[in-house]
Write a protein that binds this ligand. Structure first.
Ligand SMILES: NC(=O)c1ccc[n+]([C@@H]2O[C@H](COP(=O)([O-])OP(=O)(O)OC[C@H]3O[C@@H](n4cnc5c(N)ncnc54)[C@H](OP(=O)(O)O)[C@@H]3O)[C@@H](O)[C@H]2O)c1
Length: 160
């Protein structure tokens, strides 16, 4: 119960300000949509979390391939997946690259699937080596070229 009381989802800075001003139990975690196409707009919120000791967790991490395929991030993921496949000696998918990208940023993520084989793919992501700084930044840069958010709600619009 104590953990649930310290869990937040999709809170923007202005609401966190209001909560932190009066909370006797401050939020420990804020779970937000986070993938390459919303990284740029989320940076101030990530910094806000860091300054106040709130852990950012992510959902929607696979959105660039699952919801907005065909965008500028795709070829970058393909290049990195090919490089990692060579290094690792086994096929590495673009979904796994996105999961390693989130891990490299220190962002715990939740995901989901309706397919058993994809569940195995997700689990194997934890065994993959890190991507390089250059690879991480190339995903960031490609994602910053366009903006897509799938989970739009009145209190989480695009003014973070
Ligand atoms: N806090 C909140 O406000 C909030 C909001 C939304 C979601 N969530 C939660 O977050 C968790 C994660 O859900 P998510 O949808 O955000 O996860 P996600 O990791 O962004 O997407 C998972 C989806 O990606 C699909 N997928 C995986 N690899 C793919 C590929 N190569 N090509 C095409 N599609 C691919 C899967 O489809 P298949 O089923 O076909 O494998 C699955 O439906 C869920 O538990 C959800 O309830 C929380």
């Amino acid at each position: 119960m104590r953990i649930c009381r310290r869990y937040g989802r999709r809170w923007r800075r202005k609401y966190l300000d209001q909560i932190l001003a009066i909370a006797t139990i401050p939020p420990a975690v804020n779970q937000i949509e986070l993938h390459p196409y919303v990284l740029k707009i989320s940076l101030p919120l990530l910094e806000y979390h860091k300054e106040r000791g709130i852990v950012t967790t992510s959902y929607g991490g696979l959105s660039s391939i699952a919801r907005f395929p065909g965008g500028p991030v795709d070829p970058v993921l393909a290049r990195i997946a090919a490089r990692l496949s060579d290094t690792y000696g086994k096929p590495v998918t673009q979904a796994q690259v996105l999961q390693v990208w989130l891990r490299k940023k220190g962002l715990p993520y939740v995901t989901t699937t309706s397919k058993a084989e994809r569940m195995m793919e997700y689990l194997q992501s934890s065994e993959l080596p890190d991507i390089t700084d250059e690879e991480e930044h190339s995903i960031d840069a490609a994602g910053s070229q366009v903006h897509h958010r799938f989970n739009i709600c009145p209190w989480m619009d695009d003014v973070e």
